[in-house]
Every structure is written in C-alpha cells, then in structure tokens.
Design a protein around this ligand. Structure first.
Ligand code: GAF
Length: 354
C-alpha cells in the first residue's frame, strides 16, 4: 500500500519498501531508562515504508494518515509536526552515514495513533533499516535501535529509553524480547500458542511528549543523582529502605523500578517455562505497582484491567508509558471471543486493537 501511495505522490516507483511492526510491552514499565529489564513483543500491525534516496538535501514525506505531503530540508529543526520522526531518521542516517542526502518517503500504518504501540519507533527504525540496505551498511539491528533512540532523545526531545526501538528492530510477532537494557543483551522467547496477548485500547488517548512521562523520568534522575548510580532497577530491599529520608513519592518511584525489574526477570522465566498462571499474577502485580507506586494509570484503565481479570484473563495490566493508551491481557484463545465481547460491553469507550 505504501508503494501505491509513493508512486501516486512522487510519480516513480520507490527504491525499497519494508514493513516494521509496532510493539506491546508485556512486563517491565519505565525500567528501560533505569538499568532494568523489559519484555515487549512485536505486533502483527505496524508501519510499511517506501523510500527512495535523493541527491539533494530535501526530505519529502507523505502518510496515509495526513492529507498534505510535508517538504522538509535536512537543516530543519524539529517543529512538533508529524513528519519530524521521518526527518529525524534521515538526519541521523546522514550522521551515521548509511545515507548521504535526502529522501522521498511514503508511510502507511495499521497502528492506531496515540495508543502507545510504538508507531514512532516503527517509523524511525523502518527508515534507518531501509537506509542501511541502500548503503549496504554493516550496522546491526541493535545499532539501528540505538540510532533510533537518539532521534527521539536528541531530535524530537522525547527522553525515552531503548525498549521500543529494540522491540521493533529485533522482535517478530509471536516472540517476546527479554531485554537487559543495561547491557543490550537479549533472549527471544516464543509466546505460548494456546494464549493470546490481547491489546485493548482504553479509549483514552495519550501523547508521551506531553510532559508526564518526562516528570517520571526526572523523578528517577533525582534518585540516580542521590545514589550516584544509573541502575536504580537493581536496588536491593536494603538499599530501598535506605531512601527513607527522601519524599514518599520518590521512595515509591524507586520501589516500582526495583520491583518491576524483578517481576520482569521472573516473567521471562515463567514464559520460558510456559507457566502462564504465574505470568498472569506478575502482570496483575505490575499494574498495581504502576497504579500505587509509579502513579501512571487512570481510574478508567484501572477498571478496565480489573474487569479483564474478573472476566477470565489470567493477567492484565496497562502497557506503555502511561496516562492513557492500551491494556494488555493474557487470555486463553478458546475464551477470547466471549471475553472480548463481555469486556467491551462493560467498558464502552474501550476497543479491541489486536
Ligand atoms: C515509552 C517509552 F518510549 C519507552 O522507552 C518506555 O520507557 C515506556 O514508555 C515505559 O516502559 O514507550
């Protein structure tokens, strides 16, 4: 589909076309910038990108989600426009040298916007991988993810961790990526076929750069500065107890990071063992920690998660940066249809994503 959009917009065929998945995180929230572990999986939905390099420094971008083509220049700064992600990817590709010059780009996406399913990471990683292929560059998938995070941190101004970029660069649907965000080492774990990780949108839309994500990041920075270490996910119970002189909020943020990391380590093991009962319990505990200690859930999302479990999911939790977006629930495939119908009928604002 992006090929047809490319051809009708630019009047030629694209050099390359590629699909990049979105992601949903199963366990390990706000641990990826605190030295901890994350456990995302790739979605069957994602972004398809068609691209041709240009010899000048212009970047022309068309998307099936917006009416007008954006014409940008490599010297442009970020302007809070939808085309910033593609422009930033081309700028960093020029810095790292898998591409010299501008590009024409057509994007089509099956991911809902504002859902926290990493459409921006898919756009950036997808473009960087196409540039890598055009230049026959030796960059690895991990190198691509690291560059993509720099686009977010340095060009867009979003202080995210590395989870989303690694998930969409490395995982494939049906696989969980058990990622150590400190070492960037990982295992790929097959998800059990008898269960479905259902993604349900709460109907509450979110925008990470709005500021609340940044506030949580800053609170974690306070703990890091006080302790002189970056890996606050690895704090022991004794080290957590030694934070008692700090504010209640700061202590709860640290507790979430440390306990969420431990839950994610246990969750990866439970997935490997096929112990979905234990996995579900860890999801429920993760949601409670995001609600009570990290303060990133919304009352409507707490109700959606409670209902998901009450109606038969083995576990459920909010997923992503917080303050809206989706929940993910682990549901036996044989129960999926009636479970979904019952959940959506008690939560009319919510909708099924995949
Ligand atoms: C967003 C960020 F982009 C990730 O880096 C991660 O911190 C996540 O929120 C929370 O776990 O998706």
């Amino acid at each position: 589909m992006s090929e047809a959009l490319f051809t009708s917009t630019f009047g030629t065929s694209p050099t390359l076309t590629q699909f990049t998945p979105g992601r949903v995180n199963l366990l390990g929230e706000h641990t990826d910038y605190n030295g901890g572990m994350v456990l995302p999986t790739a979605l069957p939905m994602g972004v398809t990108i068609s691209l041709s390099p240009r010899t000048d420094k212009n970047v022309r971008i068309i998307s099936d989600k917006f009416d007008d083509m954006a014409t940008r220049h490599l010297s442009d700064l970020s302007t809070d426009h939808w085309s910033d992600y593609a422009l930033g990817a081309i700028k960093l590709a020029n810095d790292a040298e898998p591409l010299i010059g501008g590009a024409d780009i057509a994007l089509t996406t099956t991911l809902p916007f504002g859902a926290g399913l990493s459409s921006s990471a898919a756009v950036i990683v997808g473009i960087l991988k196409l540039c890598r292929e055009i230049a026959a560059s030796p960059l690895s998938d991990t190198d691509i993810a690291v560059l993509a995070r720099r686009v977010e941190n340095e060009f867009i101004g979003m202080p995210c961790g590395i989870m989303d970029q690694m998930a969409v660069s490395i995982a494939r649907p049906g696989q969980a990526l058990a990622l150590d965000t400190k070492k960037l080492s990982y295992d790929l774990i097959d998800l059990p076929e008898t269960y479905h990780m259902a993604v349900i949108h709460s109907g509450h839309f979110r925008k990470l750069s709005e500021g609340r994500y940044k506030t949580r990041k800053e609170e974690c920075d306070v703990i890091k500065q006080a302790l002189g270490r970056d890996d606050i996910c690895l704090l022991t119970d004794k080290e957590l107890a030694a934070l008692s002189h700090m504010t209640d909020a700061v202590q709860r943020r640290a507790k979430h990071c440390a306990t969420e990391h431990r839950r994610t380590v246990k969750g990866a093991k439970a997935l490997q063992d096929g112990d979905m009962k234990n996995f579900g319990e860890l999801m429920i505990a993760s949601h409670a920690s995001m609600r009570d200690d990290f303060d990133i859930t919304l009352p409507a999302i707490d109700i959606l998660v409670e209902d998901a479990v009450r109606l038969g999911a083995v576990g459920a939790r909010m997923t992503g940066g917080g303050f809206g977006g989706c929940i993910v629930a682990c549901v036996e495939r044989t129960k999926l249809e009636p479970w979904t119908a019952a959940l959506l009928s008690s939560n009319p604002e919510a909708f099924y994503v995949c």
